[in-house]
Design a protein around this ligand. Structure first.
Ligand code: MN
Length: 430
């Protein structure tokens, strides 16, 4: 791991919050992700499953977390299983978690080798009435691949068909939506690394650079600051490509007069930041580009001011729609007739701003958390309006990461990253 050790209080508190929501006489089990095989003896780098990380801080493959608050043996209320290591294994595979180290990271006293799991689970499960399993129930989950968790669940249900199975996902979806101070500090750290990358890019970009060269500059800065790299697949889209919302080829040359939309940010300690900035390839916006940019910034600023505890998601989205409509009328992209003819399902502004404005941010870039009710303190949200005009080869999106507060203005974790037109131009021409 490149990141500094995390205060285990984070994971101890997370377990407390999770177990407080569990039904009585229940056991909950969480698995690591697989190491994904790509062919021959090759694998992708390991990415820990966010839920076991959230509850234990263990960032290693083949780990299993068991939570059983009503266990009769006190030492079995929290158990961590990790794969066995030794000095010999360390020589071949590198340093893995010892039992002591696993306790240090997680705050869990009882650590066993994975080889002991079957015996111990066979001892614990019969006394539990319910088993919390951790299937990925996200509504946009790809579901193409059987995960380590899926295989474990199949085996479990075969062995214990008469237990009542409950979904950890439902509890975690709510819990992970509200961030602790330690988590906010980690996301801030990711934002700080992202800022370094963006500052570097402002100095680097000129007409003729290739999108992948910008990607390389960012990666360089991220890695030297203890990030594993991009928090999500980076979008570096010059000219027309900015209107392709999920453009990830990053293989075009940035031409004089074009804008470059960059939705690129670093992860830190598995926490995401999520930045979008749009800059002119030659360091100066045209008048038209300025107008469109300022419209997006106006909507973003107004939306951000609305991010506070108690704001209803429905009011928020409604207001943004109205502000965006006003801006698009001013830009003469839509007219009054378009607005008169719009329907609730297809408002006129959607032609130029077709995605949502906000999502939760945390261990996942599109993190767990509610959109149905109202905003709550310590939610971390993105605010990211955009205007995309394919016929002008022009797309602008601006995105910051915002912490919801109670009775006060929200905290912008990207406050220090240049966004105003003058500031961008000044830094690019310094
Ligand atoms: Mn985003």
């Amino acid at each position: 791991m490149k990141y500094h050790p995390i205060n285990p209080k984070l994971f101890i508190e997370n377990r407390k919050r999770f177990t407080a929501e569990m039904e009585a006489k229940s056991i909950a089990i969480f698995n690591s992700n697989d190491i994904f095989e790509t062919g021959a003896d090759s694998t992708l780098p390991f990415h820990q499953h966010r839920d076991i990380f959230y509850l234990s801080g263990v960032d290693q493959e083949e780990s299993v977390l068991v939570l059983y608050p009503d266990a009769t043996t006190a030492t079995h209320k929290e158990i961590l299983f990790v794969k066995e290591t030794s000095e010999l294994i360390a020589i071949w595979e590198g340093e893995k978690l010892s039992k002591e180290k696993a306790t240090q990271v997680s705050g869990i006293e009882t650590v066993y080798w994975l080889s002991e799991m079957e015996t111990i689970l066979n001892d614990l499960i019969p006394s539990a009435a319910n088993i919390y399993i951790n299937q990925n129930n996200h509504k946009r989950a790809p579901r193409q691949m059987q995960t380590r968790e899926d295989r474990f669940i199949l085996q479990l249900q075969q062995q214990y068909p008469h237990h009542r199975y409950l979904a950890s996902y439902n509890l975690l979806f709510e819990l992970r939506g509200i961030k602790s101070d330690i988590e906010i500090a980690l996301i801030q750290q990711a934002c700080n690394i992202t800022k370094k990358g963006f500052d570097r890019v402002l100095n680097f970009v000129k007409p003729g650079v290739w999108e992948y060269e910008i990607e390389a500059e960012l990666m360089h800065e991220f890695l030297r600051n203890r990030s594993k790299g991009f928090a999500y697949t980076p979008i570096i889209a010059s000219g027309y490509s900015a209107c392709v919302l999920h453009y990830i080829e990053n293989n075009q040359q940035c031409k004089d007069g074009e804008l470059i939309l960059m939705d690129t940010a670093a992860e830190y300690a598995n926490y995401s930041s999520d930045l979008t900035r749009t800059i002119p390839a030659n360091g100066r916006f045209t008048e038209r580009q300025k107008s469109v940019y300022q419209s997006v910034l106006n909507v973003k600023d107004k939306a951000t001011a609305m991010v506070k505890e108690g704001t209803l998601w429905s009011d928020y989205n409604q207001a943004i729609g109205e502000w965006m409509t006003e801006e698009l009328l001013n830009l003469r992209l839509i007219d009054k007739v378009d607005v008169q003819n719009q329907t609730k399902e297809l408002p006129a502004y959607k032609k130029y701003f077709m995605h949502g404005t906000s999502h939760h941010l945390g261990l996942d870039t599109h993190d767990y958390g509610n959109f149905t009710d109202q905003m709550k303190a310590n939610m971390v949200l993105t605010v990211e309006p955009g205007i995309y005009i394919p016929k002008e080869n022009l797309g602008v999106r601006l995105e910051d990461n915002i912490v919801v507060q109670k009775n006060q203005a929200p905290i912008n974790l990207m406050q220090h990253i240049p966004i105003e037109i003058e500031e961008i131009e000044e830094k690019m021409n310094a």
